[in-house]
Design a protein around this ligand. Sequence first.
Ligand SMILES: [Zn+2]
Length: 385
Amino acid sequence: MQFEFATATRILFGEGSVRQVAPAAKEMGSRALLVTGISGEHRAGPLRKELAAAGLLEILWIAPGEPTIDLVREGAAQARDFHCDMVIAFGGGSALDTAKAIAALLTNGGDPLDYVEVIGKGKPLAAPAAPFIAIPTTAGTGSEVTRNAVLGSPERGVKVSLRSPHMLPRLAVVDPELTYDLPRNVTASTGLDALTQLVEPYVSIRRNPITDAFCVDGIRRAAGALRRACEQPHDTAARREMALASLLSGLALANAGLGAVHGFAAPIGGMFEAPHGAVCAALLPHATHVNIQALHSRASDSDHLRRYETVARLLTGNPHADAEDAVGWLADTCAALNIPRLRTYGIESDHIPDLVVKATKASSMKSNPIVLTEAELHEIIERAL
Ligand SMILES: [Zn+2]
C-alpha cells in the first residue's frame, strides 16, 4: 500500500473562528487581496474591519460568478498592481477557486493558460503560491483544503483545473456561523455536493485509509444533518455538522479523487450556466445507480459493491441496507430538497453525446470505481435530464 496525504498547512474550525483570520494574516504579509463574490461584499464587512485594525492593507476585489481563465487573469493583474503579498478568499467555491489561482499566479507570473491542463500548456508551477487564506461561506466546496482551482473557459465550453501541490492554502478557516443565513436552495445544493465529494472518494480507485475514515464520518454527519440544515436554517448543530462534512469532503477528494458525477460536472459547467453543486446533486442518485449496476454485471466480487453497501447503511441508518438502498435515499433526498433536473439548465438529449465524450476525458472520471461504457455514461445523463 502506498499513498500520499496532503492538506492546508493549518485548519481552524468552529463557531467564531473567522475572528482568528486577522491575527493569522498579519503573520503572512502586509498587503492582501481580499476576494469575495457579489453577495460577499456586505458580509465581509466585519472581517475587513479586523484586517484594518490588525494593520493590514487590504484591497477588496469582487469576483462575479463562477471562476474563469479571464477572471483569474484580471484578478492576478489587480494583485500585482497593488503589490499584494497575500490573498484571502471569503465566499463560496467560486471565490475560493478564483483566489487560489490568483495566489498561484502572483508568485509564478505568466498567464493562467501557461499552467492549466487540457486547454493550456500544463506547465508545473515552479514557485509556491503567495500565502493564501481560504474562508468558505457555504458548506459544500471543500476548496479550502484542496490543491486545485477549477476554471471555466466559456469560449471552449470546458472547465479545467489549475493544479499543484504549491496551491494548498496556508490557512483554512471553517466557521459554521458564516453559513447560518444561506438560502435553502444553496444549502441543499452545496450540501449535496459535499455528500457527493464524500461518496465518490469512498469508492474511488485512489482511496486510502485516511480518506476512508474521513468519508465514513462525513457521510454519517451529512446524512443526519442535511435536511435539518435546509428546513431549519438556524439549527446551529445541523449547520456545524454540514460545515464539518464539507471540510471532510475536501480532505477526501484532494487525496482520493472523485468519480463520474464530477466527471460530468466539468463539461456541464463549461457548456451551461449551472451551479456546480446543483449539477452534482442532480447527477448523484443516477451515477450511483449506474455504477452499482455496472459493478454487479462486471465486477460483482469487487470491494466496491461492499463500499456502496456501507454508504447505503450510513445514509439510511439501516444496518441491513443493500447497495441499491443508497440510490433510493439519494433520490428521495433530492426530491425533498427540490433539486432541479438537468433540463432546467437547457441540457437536452441532443447534448448527451458531446457531454459523454468530454466526461470520458475529465480527470475525475479516472478514479471512478469501474470504467463505464459509453451506453452507461449516456444512461446517467438521460436519467438526470
Ligand atoms: Zn463538487
